[in-house]
Each structure stands twice: as C-alpha cells, then as structure tokens.
Design a protein around this ligand. Structure first.
Ligand code: ZN
Length: 280
C-alpha cells in the first residue's frame, strides 16, 4: 500500500511535552524552560522581563552563599484592626505569608556583589502587591541604618503597587521614615542605588524608589504614582502608549539608565566601585 493512502499512518506528533517550554507572557514565544530559567525569566525573543521573586533576585545579583538575611521575623502590624467585605487584614497577611514563605513584602540582608559587601533590600510583589506598610518601612529603615553602621552602599529593588491601605496613615508615614534613613546615608557619603522593577507605583515611587544617587530600572518596567486610567480620567486626555514605561521615563530624564537583567550584576558592581570611590 502506498504511503499516502495508508489509513493507519501515524499522525505527525505535534504535541509539546508538558513542562518542557515556558511561554513568554508578551510575545507568546515558546522557549525551553531551562533556557528561560537560566536567563532569569527574560524572553530571548522580545526581551520581556517577567517579574521575579526576592529569592530569584538574590540568586541573580548576590555572590553564591554570601547572602545573610536579617530582620526576617518582622511581620505585618494591624494598628487599625482593619477589615473589609472580604475579611480581615490579619487573614490576608497570614495567607500572604503562607503563599510566599516570606513575612513581609521586602527581604533585607547583607550580600556580596563580586566581592563587594553590600546591604540589600528586595521587594517581592507576590506579598500583598509589594505594598509598603509599617513592617516593610521598618525593615527598609533598618537596612539603611545597617549600611550606615557598616559604612557600605545600600541597594533597594522596588516592586510595589504602593502604600498598604490596610494600615492607613501608618503606611503613608513610612514614606518619610524610609527617606529619613536614606538621607543619613547621603550625609555620610555612602551610595544608595535604587533599582525599579515592574511595577513601582504609589507611595514607593514617591519615596525611597526615586531618591537614589543612581536610579535605574529594568526594561519595560511600569513606574508611576497614580495609574494610567486614574490620570486619563482626571485630565480627560489620552496618554501616550508608552506612558509610565521605563523607556518613557528615561527619555524624560527621570531615570539614569535601563539595564537588562543579564547585565545588572556587572552594572551594579561598577556603579558601587564608582560610588565608593574605588577604581573601576
Ligand atoms: Zn517574548
């Protein structure tokens, strides 16, 4: 029987084995999962930078085996006894803790970047949208004070929807508190580098994320205070398509650089050397 009439001919195998590929959320390209993970979730086709966790960020930036977390036990406070139709703040915080294995939306600690000992704070958007509240602010302030005490540079990676509404004014107060800590570093001549990742909004963009000696962002990160929809409704005008992207902000002088994740560690290392007055 001829090949083309054979009724039992095996259909060409087109199914993709499950788990072998990651799909880029933006361009939908299929990329080998290993390749995607090794690139720290950056699409090799369109350079989309997917959000990563604090633990992944530590693996990306910090020399292996040098990260020492501190103040890991600081947990959310509930000064207002807040609850809404969906439940209490305490329940939400407990479920965020169970989901992420973190106690707050920021991880702080000490770690080396190519041998340079640095104090680092890394926000994790999975924890209540990376919101800034009293415990988050406290950890960031303690990190700034740690850098000051140890005479080191401070790095903060922001990823946040803004202040945590469940703590009301106490959350907003963290904006001044964290900036006061960073101002002390400035007076001591110690560098602070702010790295804005997707997304950086609200009370975080209006405080410590944008007061770095160097303010940088990852490609495509959305950065702003109020969101696009709120602004459009207020000013009754259509905003440019690239409004609030890192690229738009760089063009308008709000950022010093946009750095690809693959080059981020090298970039930070040279900026740290420069900031600490060492030879690059
Ligand atoms: Zn892509």
């Amino acid at each position: 029987m001829g090949w083309f009439t054979r009724s039992t001919a095996k259909k060409q195998q087109t199914e993709i084995p499950e788990g072998l590929f990651a799909v880029c959320p933006r361009c939908k390209a299929h990329i080998y999962k290993d390749e995607y993970e090794n690139a720290f979730k950056v699409c090799s086709k369109c350079n989309y930078h997917e959000r990563i966790t604090a633990a992944e960020r530590i693996r990306l930036i910090v020399d292996k085996g040098t990260f020492r977390e501190f103040n890991a036990g600081i947990k959310p406070n509930d000064p207002l006894g807040f609850k809404d139709a969906k439940g209490t703040y305490q329940e939400k915080a407990e479920s965020a803790i169970a989901k992420t294995g973190l106690h707050e939306a920021v991880v702080t600690g000490s770690g080396d970047i190519h041998g340079l000992r640095t104090t680092i704070a890394i926000m994790d958007f999975r924890f209540l949208g990376g919101s800034l509240a009293s415990a988050t602010g406290e950890k960031i302030l303690l990190a700034a004070e740690h850098a000051l005490r140890m005479k080191r540079a401070l790095l903060i990676f922001s990823a946040s929807g803004g202040a945590r509404m469940h703590e009301g004014i106490v959350s907003l107060m963290q904006m001044a508190k964290t900036c006061a800590g960073i101002a002390k570093l400035d007076r001591a001549g110690l560098p602070y580098i702010s790295i804005m990742t997707d997304p950086t909004y609200g009370g975080v963009s209006a405080s410590y994320a944008t007061v770095g000696d160097i303010n940088i962002a990852e490609p495509g990160a959305l950065i702003g205070f109020a969101g696009r929809r709120v602004i459009e409704q207020t000013i009754k005008e259509k905003l440019p398509d690239d409004f609030q992207t890192a690229e738009y902000l760089l063009d308008h002088g709000f950022l010093d650089a946009i750095v690809n994740r693959a080059e981020l560690k090298e970039y930070l290392h040279s900026m740290l050397l420069y900031g600490l007055g060492k030879k690059v």
